[in-house]
Design a protein around this ligand. Structure first.
Ligand code: NAD
Ligand code: MG
Length: 390
C-alpha cells in the first residue's frame, strides 16, 4: 500500500531530506501536502516535482506570487489555519511535522484529531504539550513516530522488547559547536561559530540549540514523553563522533544501541515506513575502523546550564515547559540576529523561568497563554539587559 504523506516545513532541512527519501521509494510513498513559510522558489520546484494536492504558505501575498509561478492544479492555503489544513488533509496517512518551534503545536493537534499518524521531528511540540499530545494520540488511536535521530535509535532498539523492561535511556550528544570551549571563550563566540556543527547539517535554530545543549535538554523531555520513562532514568552522554545515536539499558543489565553515520534520512525513512521495517538507503556505511576509538564523557552542567533547565522544568511540569521553550525561542532568535551574546541566551531563559507562576495540568489555551507571556517577558528581559549596557 502506498502511504500518503503531508510534510509541514517541506523546504527545510528535515523536509528536503524527507522528499529525497520519498523520491527513492515512490512505490511506498506519495506526497499529498507540503508547506513552506516563505521560500516560494523551493516550494515551486517541489510542487512541480511531487505534485501535491494542497500546499501552504505564510501570507496571502505569497500565495498570489506562488499561483503565478506554478502551472499545476493545487489548492493553496495560508498561515496557521492553512498549516492545520495540510496537517489534517483528508487523504493524508502520515503527517511529518518538520516546522520549527511552537508553530508545530496546533497543526499536530489538528492532525491527531483527524486521526493521522505523526512522524514527529518538531520536538518543541512535545516539550510544551507532551501530556496533551500523548492523550490525543491515544484517544484517536494514532501513532507518534520519532524522527529525531536519538529517539529513532531508542525506538529501533525497542523493537520486539517490552518497554516496561527499560531501566535507563542514554541519549547521546555530540556536544555541539562549543563542546570544548570555556565559559570565558563562549562570551565572544557569535552565531557564525555556533552554526559550525561538528557532525550534523541542520536548520539554524536547532543548530544554535545544540551549541547551548538546550536541544539535548529538549530531547530528554522528548524521550520522557515518547517512551514513558521518568526523568531520573534518562541520562545524557557526550559522544563527539555521533556514531552511537542512543542506547537503552534494560533491567537485566543488557544495553542495546543503534549506530550509523549521521544522516537524517535514516530516521525519517524508518518513521515513514513504520511498521514495515527497513528500506534501501544509499548512504555511506559505518566503518568503525575509520574511527578506531569512540569517546564518551559526562555533560558539564556548569558550562551548559540549559540541559539542567530541561530536567528541572520537565519534573516540575505545568506551564514551565512552555515558558522554557518560548524564552529559548526568543533568545535563540535574537542571538542569531546578533542582538544578544551567547551567554545571554541561558540568562534570559533562567530569568524568565524564575518569574513564572506555573499552572498545573494546563489545557491548550493555558499553554498558549504561558507561551505568549514568556515571549513578552523574555523580550523585556533582553531589552533591560541592552539598556543596562548603554
Ligand atoms: P529548518 O529551519 O531547516 O526548516 C524549517 C521549515 O519549517 C522550513 O520549511 C520553514 O519554511 C518552515 N517554518 C519555519 N518556521 C515556520 C513557522 N513559524 N510557520 C510555518 N512554517 C515554518 O529546520 P529543520 O532543521 O528542518 O528542523 C525542523 C524541526 O525538526 C525542528 O523542530 C528541529 O528541532 C527538528 N529536528 C531537526 C533535525 C535536523 O537534522 N535538521 C534533527 C532532529 C530534529
Ligand atoms: Mg537529535
Amino acid at each position: 500500500m502506498v502511504k500518503n504523506i503531508s510534510i509541514l516545513g517541506s523546504t527545510g532541512s528535515i523536509g528536503t531530506a524527507a522528499l529525497d527519501v520519498i523520491s527513492r521509494h515512490s512505490d511506498k510513498f506519495n506526497v499529498v501536502g507540503l508547506t513552506a513559510y516563505s521560500n516560494i522558489s523551493k516550494l515551486v520546484e517541489q510542487i512541480h516535482e511531487y505534485s501535491p494536492e494542497i500546499v501552504c504558505v505564510q501570507s496571502n501575498d505569497l500565495a498570489i506570487e506562488l499561483r503565478k509561478q506554478i502551472s499545476k492544479e493545487v489548492e493553496i492555503v495560508i498561515g496557521e489555519e492553512g498549516l492545520c489544513n495540510v496537517a489534517s488533509y483528508s487523504k493524508t496517512d502520515v503527517t511529518l511535522t518538520a516546522v520549527v518551534g511552537i508553530a508545530g503545536l496546533k497543526p499536530t493537534i489538528e492532525a491527531l484529531k483527524a486521526k493521522k499518524d505523526i512522524a514527529l521531528a518538531n520536538k518543541e511540540t512535545l516539550v510544551v504539550a507532551g501530556q496533551l499530545i500523548k492523550q490525543l494520540a491515544k484517544e484517536n488511536n494514532c501513532r507518534l513516530l520519532p524522527v529525531d535521530s536519538e529517539h529513532s535509535a531508542i525506538f529501533q532498539c525497542l523493537n520486539g522488547e517490552n518497554a516496561k523492561s527499560i531501566s535507563k535511556i542514554i541519549v547521546t550528544a555530540s556536544g555541539g559547536a562549543f563542546r570544548d570551549k570555556t565559559r570565558e571563550e563562549m562570551k565572544s563566540l557569535n552565531v557564525d561559530d555556533a552554526l559550525k556543527h561538528p557532525n550534523w547539517s541542520m536548520g539554524d535554530k536547532v543548530t544554535v540549540d545544540c551549541a547551548t545543549l538546550m536541544n539535548k535538554g529538549f530531547e530528554v523531555m522528548e524521550a520522557h514523553w515518547f517512551f514513558d520513562v521518568p526523568y531520573d532514568d534518562i541520562e545524557v552522554l557526550i559522544h563527539k563522533e555521533s556514531v552511537i545515536h542512543s542506547l537503552i539499558e534494560f533491567n537485566d543489565g543488557s544495553v542495546l544501541a543503534q549506530l550509523g553515520v549521521p544522516d537524517m534520512r535514516g530516521p525519517i525513512q524508518y518513521a515513514l515506513n513504520y511498521p514495515n521495517g527497513r528500506l534501501d538507503l544509499p548512504i555511506k556505511k559505518l566503518d568503525l575502523l575509520e574511527f578506531g576509538k569512540l569517546h564518551f564523557e559526562a555533560p558539564d552542567n556548569k558550562r551548559f546550564p540549559c540541559l539542567q533547565f530541561a530536567y528541572e522544568v520537565g519534573k516540575q511540569g505545568g506551564t514551565y515547559p512552555a515558558v522554557l521553550n518560548a524564552a529559548n525561542e526568543v533568545a535563540n532568535e535574537l542571538f542569531r540576529k546578533r542582538v544578544i551574546d551567547f551567554l545571554e541566551i541561558e540568562k534570559t531563559i533562567r530569568t524568565t523561568l524564575d518569574a513564572h507562576d506555573s499552572i498545573n495540568d494546563p489545557n491548550l489555551e493555558q499553554i498558549l497563554q504561558a507561551n505568549e507571556w514568556a515571549r513578552k517577558y523574555s523580550f523585556q528581559v533582553i531589552e533591560n539587559q541592552l539598556k543596562s549596557k548603554i
